[in-house]
Design a binder for this molecule. Structure first.
Ligand code: GLU
Length: 223
């Protein structure tokens, strides 16, 4: 089981915060890891195979970020396949837990539509679907991610961030995702243990729910 950790708030050493969240999820086992920080409308990423280093990677400051510890199921254990994955403009970053059973079919459809892939993962297919929905006019990450997610077969959970609109989206369908809140900041994790003692309020997403989070609002809908 992979680990997901996300943050949206006012802490600036966000890479350190995500690194420490991923450390709390290490016991679940993983073969590679990655951290994405949103800054100035662009996603900055560090990822690698093997264990997390002792210190957080230097990705500069930011207040919106995501991290992942991967347990490869689709595609080998390589740096390219490690999450987060991004859209072609490095605006959106996404991490994923689960297996997209119709990934190959969707990949072919997207290649026909002009998309290129840098990894072998089913996860990158999800980001490309989101990018296509945005090109087709979805105004927010929440709308694009919802439409993309409805195309997926299998049990999946995703967390995605939009560096342009400063939004985080979580969707759960089969794999756990928990949302925590403290002092106006939001934390997302695949495991309650990573949030325990850190937050004041916890929301367990239910299967089939989507959460859209920004600094001034939190909405949860059925997908
Ligand atoms: N299927 C995805 C991959 O292989 C997610 C794996 C996971 O849940 O860690 O990258």
């Amino acid at each position: 089981m992979c680990g997901i950790f996300g943050y949206l708030g006012s802490e600036r050493d966000v890479s350190g915060l995500i690194h420490s969240g991923l450390r709390d999820l290490e016991y679940r086992g993983y073969d590679s890891w990655g951290i994405a920080v949103a800054r100035e409308n662009v996603i900055h990423i560090a990822k690698d195979i093997g264990k997390l280093q002792k210190y957080a990677p230097n990705l500069g400051s930011g207040t919106l970020a995501l991290g992942h510890t991967r347990w490869a199921t689709t595609g080998g254990v390589t740096q390219e396949n490690a999450h987060p994955h991004t859209d072609s403009e490095q605006r959106i970053a996404l991490v994923h837990n689960g297996i997209v059973e119709n990934a190959e079919e969707l990949r072919e459809e997207l290649i026909e539509d002009g998309f290129h892939f840098l990894s072998e993962t089913d996860t990158e297919v999800i980001v490309a679907l989101i990018e296509r929905e945005m090109r087709r006019g979805a105004e927010t990450l929440m709308r694009a991610a919802r439409r993309a997610f409805l195309r997926l077969e299998g049990l999946n959970a995703i967390a995605a961030i939009d560096s342009l609109r400063h939004e985080m989206v979580l969707i759960r369908d089969g794999s756990p995702l928990v949302l925590g809140q403290k002092d106006g900041a939001y934390y997302a994790a695949s495991d309650l243990g990573a949030l325990a003692g850190q937050v004041e309020r916890i929301v367990h997403l239910r299967d089939g729910e989507i959460a859209s989070i920004s600094l001034d609002h939190l909405s949860i809908f059925e997908i």
